[in-house]
Design a binder for this molecule. Sequence first.
Ligand SMILES: [Mg+2]
Length: 287
Amino acid sequence: MMIADKFDVFLFDLDGVVYIGPDPLPEAVESLRRLRKKQKGIRFLTNNPCTTREKTAKRLRTLGIEASCDEIITSSWVTAQYLSKENIKTAFVLGDQNLKWECQQAGIDIQDQVDVDAVVVGWDDQVSFHDIKKAASMIEKGATFIATNTDKTFPTPEGPSPAVGAIVEALRVSTAKEPLVIGKPYPHMFKEALRDFHPSSQAVMIGDTPYTDILGAHQAGIPAILIADNDFKPYPSARDLRNPDVVVPHLKSLFDDNINIKPSVTPSFSWPDNIKAGVAGIIFDKK
Ligand SMILES: [Mg+2]
């Protein structure tokens, strides 16, 4: 059975799956149109905190992809929802106007001079040492430390640029406090994405990054499809949750009768954030 017929709900990462920069990826527009025709549930999940749900929906529609605001799950919006749910009233936001706007829509008062309930880390190329120092002191005084994501870099024409994770790390090492992380691979965005669907619906995640999209889906108990070239090398351990259930070159493969997906196993233990290769030595000795 083709993958498109096997699931009720399709969760899409955006950058590298649906579009790259200003252009849609090959087969993305047509494949999404075909899923709509089959009346499938569709959600778009992006870790990018420098956008709003409305802007993302508009961007997709500009590319010829049907999308409503309710179908967009950004780390900025989910962060704002989290703050509101946790009864956080004031926040210092290290991030751009889009993240601040989503927080304000959720009723959060953005402050930068007084003590706040939370420090929220997004991304802004104007973030200064002064801002980091201020945020660190607020965290030291008890503000909840919240990260929109912990992505290490993002691609630019000049090469990889430090991303949200770089700012988070500066605060983590200087305060010795661990952040609460909203974005993939953590569960918040997956929970929001599935909220409107019946618990018995079969969902699948489609992404291009093993350590966010694939790991996050598997931790949430959802099978995961990796969009990648033929040169993807699986992680050595078959139980490594970053390994996808199937690798496909583009979204058209969802409609290929010859491409199957093996059901994933719900993890029974929590997976460490950082997995490092190790070497063990065993010495055999007569004694
Ligand atoms: Mg991506």
